[in-house]
Design a protein around this ligand. Sequence first.
Ligand code: GNR
Ligand code: NI
Length: 173
Amino acid sequence: MIRPILIHPDPRLKKLCDPVTEFDADLAVLAKDMLETMYDAPGIGLAAPQIGVMKRILVMDCVKEGEPRPMVLVNPKITWASEDLGVYEEGCLSIPDQYAEVKRPAEVRVEWVDETGKPQEEQFSGLWATCVQHEIDHLDGKLFIDYLGPLKRQMITRKMEKLKRERARQAQA
Ligand code: GNR
Ligand code: NI
Protein backbone atom coordinates (compact mmCIF):
# COMPACT_ATOMS: atom_id res chain seq x y z
CA MET A 1 0.00 0.00 0.00
CA ILE A 2 1.29 3.44 -0.99
CA ARG A 3 1.25 5.78 2.03
CA PRO A 4 1.02 9.58 1.89
CA ILE A 5 4.35 11.41 2.39
CA LEU A 6 4.46 14.25 4.93
CA ILE A 7 5.62 17.64 3.66
CA HIS A 8 7.90 19.98 5.63
CA PRO A 9 7.17 21.80 7.91
CA ASP A 10 5.60 19.07 10.06
CA PRO A 11 6.44 18.45 13.74
CA ARG A 12 6.79 14.70 13.02
CA LEU A 13 9.75 15.43 10.72
CA LYS A 14 11.62 17.07 13.64
CA LYS A 15 11.34 14.27 16.21
CA LEU A 16 13.77 11.59 17.31
CA CYS A 17 12.37 8.17 16.29
CA ASP A 18 12.18 5.15 18.58
CA PRO A 19 14.19 1.95 18.09
CA VAL A 20 12.26 -1.02 16.69
CA THR A 21 11.84 -3.77 19.31
CA GLU A 22 9.26 -6.09 17.70
CA PHE A 23 10.15 -7.95 14.52
CA ASP A 24 6.65 -9.05 13.64
CA ALA A 25 4.34 -9.19 10.61
CA ASP A 26 3.41 -5.51 11.09
CA LEU A 27 7.06 -4.55 10.60
CA ALA A 28 7.27 -6.62 7.40
CA VAL A 29 4.14 -4.87 6.05
CA LEU A 30 5.58 -1.46 6.99
CA ALA A 31 8.86 -2.22 5.16
CA LYS A 32 6.96 -3.40 2.07
CA ASP A 33 4.71 -0.29 2.11
CA MET A 34 7.75 1.97 2.47
CA LEU A 35 9.50 0.40 -0.55
CA GLU A 36 6.30 0.65 -2.61
CA THR A 37 5.86 4.32 -1.59
CA MET A 38 9.53 5.08 -2.37
CA TYR A 39 9.46 3.47 -5.85
CA ASP A 40 6.12 5.15 -6.64
CA ALA A 41 7.33 8.66 -5.69
CA PRO A 42 9.91 7.99 -7.21
CA GLY A 43 12.78 8.31 -4.73
CA ILE A 44 16.02 6.55 -3.85
CA GLY A 45 15.27 6.44 -0.12
CA LEU A 46 12.48 6.84 2.42
CA ALA A 47 12.49 7.04 6.22
CA ALA A 48 9.52 5.93 8.38
CA PRO A 49 8.83 9.41 9.88
CA GLN A 50 8.16 10.67 6.33
CA ILE A 51 4.98 8.57 6.40
CA GLY A 52 4.27 9.50 10.03
CA VAL A 53 5.65 6.30 11.60
CA MET A 54 8.03 7.36 14.39
CA LYS A 55 10.28 4.29 14.26
CA ARG A 56 13.93 3.75 13.27
CA ILE A 57 13.41 2.15 9.88
CA LEU A 58 14.51 3.27 6.42
CA VAL A 59 14.44 1.85 2.92
CA MET A 60 16.65 2.70 -0.04
CA ASP A 61 17.62 1.65 -3.54
CA CYS A 62 20.25 3.80 -5.25
CA VAL A 63 20.73 1.57 -8.31
CA LYS A 64 20.36 3.80 -11.36
CA GLU A 65 19.97 1.11 -14.01
CA GLY A 66 19.95 -2.67 -14.08
CA GLU A 67 18.90 -5.00 -11.29
CA PRO A 68 17.15 -3.07 -8.45
CA ARG A 69 18.49 -3.51 -4.92
CA PRO A 70 15.72 -2.80 -2.39
CA MET A 71 17.25 -2.44 1.10
CA VAL A 72 15.49 -2.29 4.47
CA LEU A 73 17.56 -0.96 7.40
CA VAL A 74 16.13 -1.24 10.92
CA ASN A 75 17.87 0.51 13.86
CA PRO A 76 20.77 1.65 11.63
CA LYS A 77 23.93 3.05 13.23
CA ILE A 78 26.94 4.72 11.60
CA THR A 79 29.98 2.99 13.11
CA TRP A 80 32.61 4.76 11.02
CA ALA A 81 32.74 7.80 8.72
CA SER A 82 35.58 8.73 6.34
CA GLU A 83 37.50 11.93 6.91
CA ASP A 84 37.12 12.94 3.30
CA LEU A 85 33.85 14.57 2.38
CA GLY A 86 31.76 14.45 -0.76
CA VAL A 87 29.26 16.95 -2.10
CA TYR A 88 25.91 15.94 -3.58
CA GLU A 89 22.96 17.94 -4.81
CA GLU A 90 20.33 16.62 -2.39
CA GLY A 91 16.58 16.59 -2.61
CA CYS A 92 13.90 15.20 -0.31
CA LEU A 93 10.43 13.77 -0.92
CA SER A 94 9.24 15.83 2.08
CA ILE A 95 10.61 19.04 0.45
CA PRO A 96 9.44 18.63 -3.16
CA ASP A 97 11.34 20.32 -6.01
CA GLN A 98 14.00 21.94 -3.78
CA TYR A 99 17.64 20.97 -4.20
CA ALA A 100 20.87 22.08 -2.55
CA GLU A 101 24.46 20.91 -2.23
CA VAL A 102 25.27 19.18 1.05
CA LYS A 103 28.74 18.10 2.19
CA ARG A 104 28.95 14.78 4.08
CA PRO A 105 31.49 12.02 4.73
CA ALA A 106 32.18 10.31 1.39
CA GLU A 107 32.08 6.81 2.93
CA VAL A 108 30.33 5.39 5.98
CA ARG A 109 30.17 2.00 7.63
CA VAL A 110 26.67 1.14 8.89
CA GLU A 111 25.35 -1.60 11.18
CA TRP A 112 21.64 -2.45 11.22
CA VAL A 113 19.24 -5.36 11.49
CA ASP A 114 16.95 -6.45 8.66
CA GLU A 115 13.16 -6.77 8.98
CA THR A 116 13.60 -10.25 10.51
CA GLY A 117 16.04 -8.94 13.16
CA LYS A 118 19.18 -10.39 11.52
CA PRO A 119 22.33 -8.23 12.00
CA GLN A 120 23.86 -6.69 8.87
CA GLU A 121 26.87 -4.49 8.17
CA GLU A 122 28.09 -2.71 5.06
CA GLN A 123 30.34 0.12 3.91
CA PHE A 124 28.64 2.60 1.60
CA SER A 125 30.19 5.08 -0.84
CA GLY A 126 28.98 7.45 -3.55
CA LEU A 127 25.24 8.07 -3.76
CA TRP A 128 24.56 5.17 -1.34
CA ALA A 129 26.64 6.91 1.36
CA THR A 130 24.81 10.21 0.84
CA CYS A 131 21.41 8.51 0.84
CA VAL A 132 21.95 6.40 3.97
CA GLN A 133 23.16 9.49 5.89
CA HIS A 134 20.19 11.56 4.64
CA GLU A 135 17.80 8.79 5.78
CA ILE A 136 19.43 8.27 9.20
CA ASP A 137 19.18 12.06 9.69
CA HIS A 138 15.39 11.73 9.18
CA LEU A 139 15.31 9.19 12.06
CA ASP A 140 16.97 11.86 14.22
CA GLY A 141 14.53 14.60 13.17
CA LYS A 142 17.02 16.28 10.84
CA LEU A 143 16.45 17.46 7.25
CA PHE A 144 19.03 18.32 4.57
CA ILE A 145 17.98 21.99 4.75
CA ASP A 146 19.31 22.05 8.33
CA TYR A 147 22.81 22.04 6.76
CA LEU A 148 22.08 25.23 4.80
CA GLY A 149 22.38 28.79 5.98
CA PRO A 150 19.36 30.29 7.79
CA LEU A 151 18.28 32.45 4.82
CA LYS A 152 18.22 29.59 2.30
CA ARG A 153 16.47 27.37 4.84
CA GLN A 154 13.82 29.99 5.57
CA MET A 155 13.24 30.60 1.86
CA ILE A 156 12.61 26.89 1.29
CA THR A 157 10.41 26.57 4.39
CA ARG A 158 8.25 29.50 3.22
CA LYS A 159 7.84 27.87 -0.21
CA MET A 160 6.76 24.64 1.46
CA GLU A 161 4.24 26.45 3.69
CA LYS A 162 2.76 28.00 0.54
CA LEU A 163 2.70 24.60 -1.23
CA LYS A 164 0.88 23.04 1.74
CA ARG A 165 -1.68 25.89 1.81
CA GLU A 166 -2.32 25.44 -1.92
CA ARG A 167 -2.68 21.67 -1.55
CA ALA A 168 -5.10 22.09 1.38
CA ARG A 169 -7.14 24.53 -0.73
CA GLN A 170 -7.13 22.09 -3.67
CA ALA A 171 -8.35 19.28 -1.40
CA GLN A 172 -11.12 21.58 -0.17
CA ALA A 173 -12.39 22.56 -3.65
O1 GNR B 1 14.86 10.54 -3.64
C1 GNR B 1 15.75 11.13 -3.00
N1 GNR B 1 16.86 11.55 -3.66
C2 GNR B 1 17.99 12.01 -3.02
C3 GNR B 1 18.96 12.65 -3.79
C4 GNR B 1 20.11 13.11 -3.20
C5 GNR B 1 20.32 12.93 -1.85
C6 GNR B 1 19.36 12.32 -1.07
C7 GNR B 1 18.20 11.85 -1.64
S1 GNR B 1 17.02 11.06 -0.67
C8 GNR B 1 15.56 11.41 -1.57
C9 GNR B 1 14.37 10.68 -0.97
C10 GNR B 1 14.12 11.17 0.44
O2 GNR B 1 13.66 12.23 0.71
N2 GNR B 1 14.50 10.39 1.40
O3 GNR B 1 14.37 10.76 2.68
NI1 NI C 1 14.40 12.94 2.68
